[in-house]
Design a protein around this ligand. Structure first.
Ligand code: NAG
Ligand code: NAG
Ligand code: NAG
Ligand code: NAG
Ligand code: NAG
Ligand code: NAG
Length: 565
């Protein structure tokens, strides 16, 4: 046939892009070498937080705190909340909260009232959650620009309606310092010094954006007075900061470190201020790709990883502090938990947990790269009592139903002990993920830990695009299991059929008033499930071989190998 040559040329041309996509989807081989322990497995995912402190004592808030404090494994859970010093009646609203801790009498004398703050902290402590205590915001009676003070935020409000009287400098820094001193002293009296020593104390939130309506020097003054007051009330208190938006916030982080190390302390007149830990925020940047086929969400993991890389790099450049604990005290896929837009739909399903897996694991890898001491990555998401089911807020539960993202935390909570060497042929290199995200080949990554003979291998399958992709075919080879004999292998799974209340709710027809039976099914679907029953395995002298499985896009697997006792 005369056309043979041209057909085969055409075939070759067409095969080229096809070959590339086949190469991307090649079977993934994961190798775990349990003999090679690379340092403690740090339980970074045990930090949570919210703008709204008062839900902590509402029914669903308390139920969720019980899960966070009691169901995520042995490590300690911490909670960070805004508005602990904000003036008001303690009724929550979106992006709002209040405690009325500070008012003044007619002569301007302080009146302290710890009733609501105590209620919040007791709600934590009774459920094995400790405060990551944020000192803020400005009480109305101390604000240099108190009116307007209250605001009414809705999920579609412009964000800046929130910047009212609470965001301003105090009229009197001594009074501000005394407020902080009295608060910490009260906590020490109520809970005991050794309890309060185990908390974190930091000042304010994101002072480099409109959360602080004052100058940088005024913020240093606010910080120095507050930290001095904490340490006067409890000399062993753990203090740090600076809760900066956007990683380094330009020069903000370096300048603040300079102030704290070498600047004149506004409160004491001496050089420097105590600093036990460092904190900054890192957020991704999702967009909605709109095309003629309908459109889809594209996550922006690179923006978040760049925040982390940049901030670690600044911290690592100061020998005096590079070893100090770091908490990425808001570490999220996007900027606003209480906002709802079409691109935030991803928060209900698998994209949120798989994104969190890919980003938190890389935060650990970036801390290894920079030689810094990452201790926490804080998920800024909690819950709102009395809102619709799966409404699109960045929350962990909806009407008491656990969203899939909690099962990421449950999986990580099963990991402890030492981190061990694990590599995946399908893991996108760290530098690529930081520079451009997960936009080309998908990311099949791995993190492994070994504790007292229990080997846990955590695997995620992530891509920035919320689009269908082929399942990954994965083979995990284990070397160096530290025991022989019989044991068991449990395979935990988060996918569309497992550990997923959202797909269950869709199957039910998205009920806003589920029947008791439907509700029970949703509750159950929200729990972490295994893929089949645990398997019995036999480990001979030659060690143990391999396990193969497929992992759908945006799904998670945790393999736990344990010796039978
Ligand atoms: C996974 O394996 C199945 C069965 O061998 C095969 O049909 C499929 O194409 C493979 N998927 C990928 C992404 O390689
Ligand atoms: C302290 O605050 C609580 C809660 O707002 C309130 O019920 C109580 O009356 C206040 N105590 C005093 C002495 O004002
Ligand atoms: C600030 O408050 C302190 C009491 O804490 C008071 O002694 C001082 O006079 C006040 N300063 C001004 C300028 O009002
Ligand atoms: C502070 O608030 C005023 C309005 O009261 C606004 O015009 C100004 O831009 C704000 N400044 C900062 C730094 O946010
Ligand atoms: C996508 O484009 C369509 C048509 O231009 C428009 O009506 C729709 O609002 C867009 N959706 C989003 C989420 O931007
Ligand atoms: C141990 O693991 C680390 C981190 O994965 C790796 O860089 C190193 O090469 C491994 N060492 C050995 C001897 O395998």
């Amino acid at each position: 046939m005369p056309s043979t040559t041209s057909t085969s040329q055409l075939g070759r041309l067409l095969l080229l892009p096809l070959a590339v996509s086949i190469a991307h989807a090649a079977p993934v081989s994961i190798t775990v070498n349990a003999r090679n322990q690379t340092g403690p497995f740090t339980p970074i995912a045990r930090f949570f937080g919210a703008d709204e402190p008062n839900y902590a004592y509402y029914p669903e808030g308390q139920a969720l705190l019980s899960e966070l404090g009691g169901q995520l494994g042995p490590a300690q859970t911490y909670f960070r909340a805004h508005n602990l010093l904000t003036t008001g009646n303690g009724i929550p609203a979106l992006k709002w909260g209040s405690t009325n801790a500070y008012t003044e009498d007619a002569d301007g004398n302080p009146i302290y009232n710890w009733t609501i703050i105590d209620r919040i902290f007791e709600s934590y402590l009774e459920r094995n959650v400790k405060p990551y205590a944020q000192i803020g915001f400005m009480p109305e009676a101390l604000s240099s620009h108190p009116h307007p003070y209250f605001f009414n935020f809705t999920p579609s409000s412009p964000y800046d309606v929130i910047y009212t009287g609470w965001s301003y400098p105090p009229t009197n820094y001594s009074k501000w310092g005394e407020l902080v001193y009295e608060w910490v002293k009260h906590c020490v009296e109520k809970y005991g010094a050794s309890e309060v020593e185990s908390w974190y104390w930091e000042v304010w939130n994101e002072p480099n954006i409109q959360y602080w309506n004052g100058t940088v020097e005024q913020f240093y003054e606010l910080h120095d007075y507050a930290i001095d007051a904490v340490r006067r009330a409890l000399p062993t208190a753990r203090v740090g900061g600076f809760e900066i938006a956007g990683g380094t916030g330009g020069d903000y982080l370096a300048n603040f470190i300079e102030h704290v190390l070498r600047g004149r302390n506004y409160a004491t007149g001496e050089i420097g201020s105590p600093l036990d830990f460092l904190s900054f925020h890192a957020k991704g940047s999702p967009t909605y790709v709109n095309n003629t086929n309908g459109g889809y969400i594209q996550m922006g993991i690179a923006a978040q990883l760049q925040n982390i890389d940049d901030a670690f790099s600044v911290i690592a450049s100061y020998p005096e502090i590079r070893h100090k604990p770091i908490i990425i005290s808001e570490c999220d896929p996007d900027g606003c938990a209480a906002c709802i837009t079409p691109q935030y739909d991803y928060r209900n399903g698998l994209l949120y947990p798989s994104y969190t897996a890919a980003s938190f694991a890389r935060a650990l890898d970036l801390s290894v790269k920079h030689g810094v001491n990452l201790q926490g990555a804080l998920t800024w998401a909690f819950e709102y009592d009395d809102y619709p089911y799966f409404d699109g807020f960045r929350v962990l539960t909806t009407n008491g139903i656990d969203k899939p993202v909690i099962n990421f935390h449950r999986m990580l909570g099963k990991m402890s002990g030492q981190r061990v060497d694990a590599t995946s042929s399908g893991q996108v290199p760290l530098d690529t993920a930081v520079a451009s995200g997960i936009r080309d080949a998908p990311d099949v990554g791995v993190l492994a830990s070994l504790d007292d003979g229990r080997l846990s291998v955590f695997v995620w399958h992530y891509h920035d695009d919320d689009l269908p992709k082929p399942d990954a075919n994965i083979t995990v080879s284990i070397e160096g299991l530290p025991w022989t004999g019989s044991g068991k292998l449990a395979h935990y799974r988060v996918d569309n059929e497992h550990s997923n209340s959202y797909t269950m709710w869709l199957k039910q027809g998205s009920p806003q008033s589920p029947t008791a039976e439907e509700y029970a099914a949703l509750k159950a679907a929200g729990q972490l499930a295994t893929l089949g029953d645990p398997e019995t395995i036999h480990v001979g002298d030659g060690g143990w071989g391999e396990v193969s499985f497929t992992l759908p896009i945006h799904s998670l697997s945790l393999l736990v190998f344990e010796k039978n006792l």
